[in-house]
Design a protein around this ligand. Structure first.
Ligand SMILES: [Zn+2]
Ligand SMILES: [Zn+2]
Length: 263
């Protein structure tokens, strides 16, 4: 399904009060929430979404004195994506010094009322990320505002989802088209992530069928590992190289996101 983009004209955005700072590419995208009260009725009424986004633009421009709405894009519970600053423009949402590294996507999710992202929000965020990868050279990282900045944003439910690899609801494969990360192959791939984090543990090496599966996956991608079912230093090193190449955090730990990227 293509992105359902609400252009600035469609949501009656004000003109920016200055010039945008152009950017060429980013390491990825950071996800935000509105915090505060988002009425539960938002799910039945898209007009609430429009008013919220307009209100944020007003607050950012008239209250904070910024030149525009801070976010690159915003996703609402109806799987619609509001055009904010858009691709190839510096966001103002991630915190000083952090804006050139990631685009920002605001989810219309609060800290009271509507607090848990529904399927529309989750798909909307993924649609927004795909769009920024296709049109803005966004890299593979998906992070939360709180990564690198002291804030509760984007709230625990959204943050848990991000840590889980921000999967699309219903098992639809995560879109990677146009991004800089390696495309995933839909056919002939190994099974789902085994459910435990695979890592190098020097005191008691992890071993098992899942480790062997992981090594086979790495090998298929051209990395040098022995398929012996023991997570040793070589496997860790290959995992880190893979993570670097795909814009993941290079921690050498195989969670659902790293698994999916290699499968
Ligand atoms: Zn935020
Ligand atoms: Zn909406």
């Amino acid at each position: 399904m293509a992105i359902d983009l609400i252009t600035r004209r469609d949501w009656n955005a004000r003109r920016p009060a200055g010039a945008y700072t152009p950017i060429n590419s980013t390491r990825g995208v950071k996800v935000h929430y509105t915090g505060g009260v988002v009425p539960a009725s938002i799910v039945q009424d898209h007009a609430v979404c429009v008013r919220l986004v307009q209100g944020f633009q007003k607050h950012h421009m008239d209250g904070n004195g910024w030149m525009d709405f801070a976010y690159s894009l915003a996703a609402c519970p109806h799987r619609k994506v509001f055009e904010g600053r858009g691709p190839h423009k510096l966001t103002a949402a991630n915190g000083a010094g952090l804006n050139s590294q990631h685009y920002s996507v605001l989810a219309l999710v609060g800290s009271s009322g509507f607090t848990r992202p529904n399927n529309g929000v989750m798909h909307g965020i993924r649609d927004a990320i795909d769009y920024l990868r296709q049109h803005g050279r966004a890299g593979g990282e998906i992070r939360g505002h709180r990564d690198g900045f002291s804030t509760t944003c984007p709230g625990q439910p959204l943050y848990d989802w991000i840590k889980d690899g921000a999967p699309r609801p219903g098992g639809e494969p995560a879109g990677n088209s146009g991004g800089q990360s390696k495309p995933t192959k839909p056919a002939g791939k190994p099974g789902a992530w085994p459910g435990r984090y695979l890592a190098y543990k020097p005191d008691a090496l992890m071993r098992g069928q899942d480790v062997a599966d992981w090594q086979r996956m790495l090998k298929r991608k051209g990395y040098t590992v022995e398929v012996d079912g023991v997570f040793g230093k070589m496997t860790r090193a290959a995992t880190i190289v893979l993570q670097r190449a795909t814009g993941e955090v290079p921690d050498g730990i195989v969670g659902p996101n790293t698994w999916r990227i290699c499968s």
